[in-house]
Design a binder for this molecule. Structure first.
Ligand code: TRP
Length: 338
């Protein structure tokens, strides 16, 4: 089903809400940087229009947008190679989003599980934006004729909707205009779980700060969180299969492996038979060694918000160069007088 007429292009988005944490870093940002360095065109978007589907304090939104940009850059994202910008600076996202509101069917939208989860019990009080969020996400992706989107497992349904929208648009107008975008889902081995519950994803919205490592945590905080991370009383096994029903232990081994950039098998080989009393300090030391340079670089970048704003504005100008002709062509296909 993969489209060959479209040149490979990667797009992904992250919401500017709360602090970036280790799970986003290892699962998303680090992958974004690897893709950037693999030679394909990469576009990374801070999705501020998505963020406001739930209430955001204006000053917090501004700060979170800059902080997210700083953390991408501090993690190795190069604004000269990748296009890095915030969504609201490229009006074409909202414009194509409207068109897709008219392509997507109510029946499709009613099946979106994320709306049900996020709206909770009181659906009457959820914003209309929270409901139509997936059509805006489809617009983010298709506005660049994106072929590949690196996302977490939880976004799979949104990618399916994006393909449905592309297919219906192409069918309705008898064109082969939008590609059928492929999700690139992160592997189970790189999925970072909560430090308090190895069956739950590490999340910036978990009420317990002890459940995650924030990219802004200092060395003492990181060490403390790892020391207090939930484990079990057994030593580390001889082989990886020994961790199959030990989600918390498996998670700490995965974190070690991801930070050390080696297979989990090698980590087990190194620590086989050792207690967590030995493993945890080793993990803490590694985490501090890898994360401290990123957080100090973030601090440095955050001293100069004007420079961050300049980078985002430049990224937006480059994004618009790709987006504007695609939107213009979309309007033309639909029959809008220009
Ligand atoms: N919905 C994504 C999330 O919550 C964020 C997002 C918005 C996104 N637009 C996107 C991700 C486009 C990938 C591509 O994580």
């Amino acid at each position: 089903m993969s489209d060959t007429k479209f040149t490979p292009r990667v797009f992904s988005g992250i919401q500017p809400t709360n602090h970036l944490q280790l799970g986003n870093y290892l699962g998303a940002v680090k992958r974004f940087v690897e893709m950037q360095n693999s030679g394909v065109e990469t576009i990374y978007c801070i999705v501020d229009l998505h963020a406001i589907t739930v209430w955001q304090d204006p000053a917090d939104l501004t700060h979170a947008t800059r902080e997210l940009a700083a953390s991408y850059i501090a993690s190795g994202l190069d604004p000269a190679k990748s296009i890095l910008f915030n969504q609201s600076q490229v009006a074409e996202h909202a414009q194509l989003g409207w068109i897709f509101n008219c392509v997507a069917r109510m029946g499709w939208m009613n099946r979106m599980t994320q709306f049900k989860d996020k709206a909770g019990k009181d659906r009457e009080k959820a914003s209309v934006g929270l409901f139509s969020y997936p059509t805006l996400m489809a617009a983010d992706i298709l506005l660049y004729h994106t072929t590949h989107v690196p996302v977490g497992e939880d976004q799979k349904q949104h990618l399916e909707l994006t393909r449905d929208i592309a297919m219906k648009f192409n069918n309705d107008f008898g064109v082969d205009f939008f590609p059928l975008t492929e999700p690139v889902i992160e592997g189970v081995a790189t999925r970072i779980m909560s430090l308090r519950d190895g069956t739950k994803k590490m999340s910036k919205s978990d009420p317990s700060d002890m459940s995650r490592i924030n990219m802004t945590d200092d060395a003492d905080t990181i060490a403390k969180k790892i020391r207090k991370a939930k484990t079990d009383p057994d030593p580390l096994p001889e082989a990886l299969e020994g961790l199959d029903d030990r989600p918390e232990a498996r998670n700490l081994v995965n974190i070690y492996a991801a930070l050390a950039e080696k297979p989990a098998e090698d980590v087990i080989a190194e620590f086989a038979g050792q207690q967590f009393g030995t493993f945890k300090p080793a993990l803490a030391e590694l985490a501090v060694e890898k994360l401290a340079p990123i957080s100090s670089e973030m601090d440095r970048l955050m001293q100069d918000p004007a420079e961050i704003d300049r980078i985002l504005a430049q990224g937006a100008a480059r994004a618009r160069e790709i987006a504007a002709p695609i939107l213009a062509k979309t309007y033309e296909i639909i029959g809008m007088v220009r």
